[in-house]
Ligand binder design. Structure first.
Ligand code: IMO
Ligand code: MG
Length: 422
């Protein structure tokens, strides 16, 4: 029986998961999104054309691959419909798209609530994407959410009326504008009409595929340090983008999981507020941002940039049980003269490799760096690790040595073909 492979973010998101997913999904029968919503932004470049996916698994671009949006995802139907239309407008079919009937729907009050909560947090804001992700998951757990199944079967009106009434009371109490329930119902009935044909029981679909020995790829969104349990709470997203979320977000049992690839960049970046121990809030960070084009796919925000943190990476390895690493932007760090690598933290005068995502812990730690030579030159066409320049090899070898997980993919440039498969 073929095992289900998983791609996860190892740091704070935006590690270039799309690139690895794109490669692996070409060899997969099914490609699945498991958690999060349109807070994610996965860009891939094919034949010089850039695609940004927020909800649809990027495997949709491969003929013959079924793209599944799993039950763990929260779906903004408006965004999904735009994405479907965009894929079709570019000459690709979406007839292989399947959406879980159990995935929860993002409604306008979730987005308004996300914005209002961020406003209320003032200086302590999380820096969410304001896409309604957190409030939608809140309603899921509150058990007043509306799921795709109810949406497309037009069985959502009663719950929606109740919800809008409750939410409007909250909006009113903050002097925020209220929402017109009839308008929402009209709009969402139109969405339901459009999306009906895609919605199905994806749990059975995935199980049947496993039994039939089909290759399944799970596309993680967000990342380990954004995990609601294992990330730097409260500066996290509202789901479990770590390995557990893959199982609960699809209905695939743990025994079917095979490779778990952790994606990272040869440097690091973060959007939103919260701790970031190797951040370079200086000319180096600015330079990395320009070289790596570190501006959000989803919100266009300039990303905070810094050095790669192996203490955090070891933690991601532990929490997810990573079996392989995929390192992107090796070409980008190779454009610098000197590269720093965080190989430990100094805490209370002692050196440690222990990571705790708790804010107090991180605030007391100081990064310890090793310095490497850069100037790798153009590596975009290199096809094997052995052919890489010595400086690049030394840097990559050291990462592997400390983290003790083999490097399986090396990103050498933006294009689909600029990657070394080890
Ligand atoms: P991909 O899949 C980077 C961050 C937000 C914010 C925090 C909470 O592209 O790697 P949310 O809107 O989820 O409630 O915001 O999480 N965040 C991401 N950062 N990449 C992502 O996804 C992210 N998804 C959420 O910036 O700090
Ligand atoms: Mg992103």
């Amino acid at each position: 029986m073929s095992k289900v492979d998983v791609v996860l973010g190892s740091f704070y998101g935006d590690e270039g998961k799309g690139k690895i997913i794109d490669y692996l999904s070409q060899k997969s029968d099914i490609s699945v999104r498991c958690t999060g919503g349109n807070n994610a932004g996965h860009s891939i470049e094919i034949k010089g054309k850039k695609f940004a996916f927020h909800l649809i698994p990027s495997g949709i671009l491969n003929e013959g691959t079924t793209a599944v949006i799993g039950n763990g995802v929260v779906i903004d139907p408006k965004v999904l419909i735009e994405e479907i239309k965009n894929v079709e407008a570019n000459g690709y079919s979406t007839s292989n798209l399947r959406i879980s009937d159990k995935a929860h729907v993002i409604l306008p009050y979730h987005i308004e609530m996300d914005k209002l909560q961020e406003e209320q947090r003032g200086n302590e804001k999380i820096g969410t994407t304001c896409r309604g992700i957190g409030p939608a998951y809140c309603d899921k757990y509150e058990r007043c959410g509306i799921r795709m199944g109810e949406l497309v079967n037009n069985k959502f009106e009663k719950q929606l009326r109740k919800n809008v009434e409750t939410k409007n009371k909250i909006f009113e109490s903050y002097g925020h504008h209220t929402l017109d329930v009839d308008e929402i119902i009209k709009q969402y009935n139109e969405y339901a009409e459009f999306l009906r044909k895609y919605v199905t029981d994806t749990v059975s679909l995935l199980h049947n595929a496993i039994i039939e020995d089909k290759k399944i790829l799970c596309e993680g969104a967000q990342a380990t340090l954004l995990d609601i349990d294992f990330g730097s709470y409260p500066y996290v997203t509202s789901s479990n983008p770590t390995i557990g979320g893959i199982c609960t977000g699809t209905g695939i049992g743990a025994k079917y999981i095979g490779e778990v690839y952790g994606v990272l960049k040869a440097y690091s970046s973060k959007v939103g507020e919260g701790p970031y121990i190797t951040e370079q809030n200086n000319e180096i960070g600015d330079k990395i941002r320009e070289l790596g084009h570190e501006y959000g796919t989803t919100t266009k925000r300039p990303r905070r940039c810094g050095w790669l943190d192996l203490v955090a990476l070891k933690y991601a390895t532990m929490v997810n049980g990573l079996t392989g690493l995929a390192i992107n932007h090796v070409d980008t760090v190779g454009k610098l003269d000197k590269i720093k690598l965080c190989v430990g933290y100094k805490k209370d005068g002692k050196i440690t490799m222990d990571f705790s995502a708790s804010l107090d812990y991180i605030n007391e730690c100081e990064p310890i760096y090793e310095t490497f030579e850069g100037n790798f030159g153009d590596i975009s066409k290199i096809k094997s690790r052995e052919e890489l320049p010595e400086n690049a090899k030394k840097y990559l070898n050291r990462i592997e040595e400390i983290v003790k997980v083999p490097i399986k993919f090396i990103g050498t440039g933006a294009g689909r073909e600029s990657m070394i498969v080890c």
